[in-house]
Ligand binder design. Structure first.
Ligand code: TXA
Ligand code: MG
Length: 327
């Protein structure tokens, strides 16, 4: 598949958004910005449209997708809310949080969206352009991150064009450009089907923030990797084409350094020179894309603290170190 999609990138004017809504209702793919990363959207009620997402990304069919809706009321039409989900939605929607809940029988979602599971993952994005796109579409929009399966996620429109095939090769008919994503990391995925929340994927909303609202939060354990509760927790993910080495203090021969904090060597690309984790999250994927395109043969990454969104950053970086594995 070719990776050319240049002419399909359009600024998010009202005309572009109207066209995006039309394309989605016709069953085509549209890439669009959210505050986390760019999503590759399709009408979540159409089997044919959703199947195209899996093909364009080369994504395994067993890995279910997140469904995006305008507000909590629209989410209620798709899934059954638990008291826990009510609290979480109140606190964090719209925003970088995805809730996994039991599907309603009359939800109308394509079964491909949830890969045969009885649950669906739902998110209300906060991004103005994302919201306008959902409004224009008038249907729930299934959207994984708009990158080839397993590779670095896109935080800018040009990342999407570089990662996915063009419109004539099964890629998005249109990429709506809304600039760089503010959060820069995917949403935090929470299983809210029970009384206690379980984090299935760390993301833009830190565990500490969730615990402040609902008390202690557990995490899907590493042993779940064999039978993951969130099938997207594949070992290799978010990966550049070059090897990645973690906890590096300096770059060795041929390596490019991805720095963090004030003690970094001068001249290195720094996720945050002040050591700010939120800023680091926003830069993570763009910096990885840049170093992957550089002359270096490998990427060495300085240590990142395992607190707040640092957990999500480290989760992405650990998966980026795992070498070839189909997924
Ligand atoms: O920020 C985000 O979440 C972005 C933007 C575009 O919204 N989307 C995104 O989607 O990251 P994706 O497909 O790359 O990741 C979806 C994650 C995967 O780990 C998947 O396994 C999990 O959500 N997931 C989806 N449906 C699920 C379900 N029913 N049960 C458990 N996990 C589910
Ligand atoms: Mg992804």
């Amino acid at each position: 598949m070719s990776a050319e999609a240049g002419p399909t990138i359009e600024p998010a004017t009202p005309e572009t958004l109207a066209a995006a809504g039309r394309l989605l209702r016709e069953g085509r793919l549209v890439a669009f910005p959210t505050e986390t990363v760019y999503g590759l959207g399709a009408d979540a009620t159409s089997d044919k449209a959703v199947a195209q997402i899996f093909a364009a990304k080369d994504r395994p069919q067993f890995n279910p997708l997140i469904v995006h809706v305008l507000d909590t009321a629209a989410a209620r039409a798709l899934v059954t809310f638990t008291p826990l989900a009510e609290k979480l939605a109140d606190a964090f929607w719209p925003g970088a949080m995805t809730l996994v809940l039991e599907k309603r029988q009359d939800c109308g979602l394509s079964p491909l969206v949830s890969a045969g599971l009885g649950t669906a993952a739902i998110r209300v994005p906060a991004h103005t352009i994302g919201q306008q796109l959902l409004c224009a579409a008038g249907v729930p929009v299934a959207a994984p991150s708009a990158n080839r399966s397993g590779r670095i996620s896109p935080s800018r429109a040009d990342h999407v064009a570089h990662s996915l095939p063009g419109p004539d090769d099964g890629g998005p008919a249109l990429i709506v450009d809304g600039g760089a994503c503010g959060v820069g990391l995917e949403s935090t995925v929470i299983d809210a089907t029970g009384a206690a929340p379980v984090i299935l994927r760390h993301g833009g909303i830190a565990k500490e923030a969730i615990e402040a609202v609902v008390g202690e939060v557990s995490e899907a354990s590493a042993t779940d990797e064999t039978a993951p509760r969130s099938p997207g927790m594949l070992a290799r993910h978010y990966a550049p084409s070059k090897p990645v080495r973690l906890n590096a203090l300096t770059a060795e021969d041929g390596e490019a350094l991805l720095a963090f904090g004030p003690n970094a060597p001068a001249g290195a690309l720094n996720l945050s020179a002040t050591g700010d984790l939120t800023e680091a999250a926003a830069h993570l994927f763009a910096h990885l894309h840049a170093l992957d395109a550089s002359d270096a043969t490998a990427i060495a990454v300085m240590p990142i603290p395992e607190t707040g969104v640092g957990r999500a950053i480290n989760d992405r970086l650990r998966r980026a170190t795992v070498r070839e594995e189909k997924g």
